[in-house]
Design a protein around this ligand. Structure first.
Ligand SMILES: Nc1nc2c(c(=O)[nH]1)N[C@H]1C(S)=C(S)[C@@H](COP(=O)(O)O)O[C@H]1N2
Ligand SMILES: [Mo]
Length: 177
């Protein structure tokens, strides 16, 4: 008798399992890896979502710079932030006037770190800041703690605005006081 009940339960469980399990998607299917993206958003006419391969198709620059932190000469390759802002439709050159002169960008990272640049200091008509979104250092892609995107501000004394793990560039118009 006991044997029969056990057999019954086993059959029932198998039946339930056969119905329930296939309809529950495997956990891994929901966490499929996606390519890391850099978002150019906020007060822009054309928001951009960029992958490393998108950057590879744009005009690229190479900058050799001494990292003030570790005193090593590093070669970064990537796209000028000015170029990305141009593609997002941000005012530049002669258009950079009026309210645009009180507009800034927040560069945000995966770890929550954020830094600010004014549009004016990223405009080569005003200053050759050469601030770059780098995707390569010394010929290799940036590691997980650095990239895949890193902001490089090559003329600054401290690398405090060299945002690692860069994930967003948000354009913000400062409110009138
Ligand atoms: N995402 C992120 N980027 C960051 C920081 C940070 O805390 N988080 N610190 C900044 C500061 S204060 C410095 S000095 C440099 C340090 O860069 P390193 O670790 O490559 O030397 O990274 C800058 N970029
Ligand atoms: Mo720092």
């Amino acid at each position: 008798m006991h044997r029969n009940i056990r057999a019954c339960v086993a059959v029932l469980l198998a039946a339930v399992g056969a119905q329930v399990l296939p309809s529950a998607p495997p956990a891994q299917a929901q966490t499929a890896p996606t390519a890391a993206e850099l978002r150019i958003n906020g007060a822009v006419s054309t928001p951009l979502v960029l992958t490393v391969s998108d950057l590879k198709k744009m005009p690229r620059k190479t900058i050799s710079v001494m990292n003030p932190h570790n005193k090593k000469t590093e070669m970064y390759e990537g796209v000028l932030l000015e170029e990305l802002l141009r593609r997002a439709g941000v005012a530049q050159g002669e258009q950079l006037r009026g309210a645009s002169m009180a507009t800034y960008v927040i560069a945000g990272a995966e770890d929550g770190y954020r830094v600010v640049f004014s549009l004016a200091e990223l405009d080569s008509g005003i200053l050759e800041s050469e601030v770059m979104v780098a995707d390569t250092m010394d010929g290799a892609p940036l590691g997980a703690k650095e990239g895949p995107f890193r902001l490089v501000a090559p003329h600054e004394k401290r690398p405090a605005r060299w945002v690692r793990m860069l994930k967003s560039i948000t354009v913000v118009r400062a409110e009138a006081q």
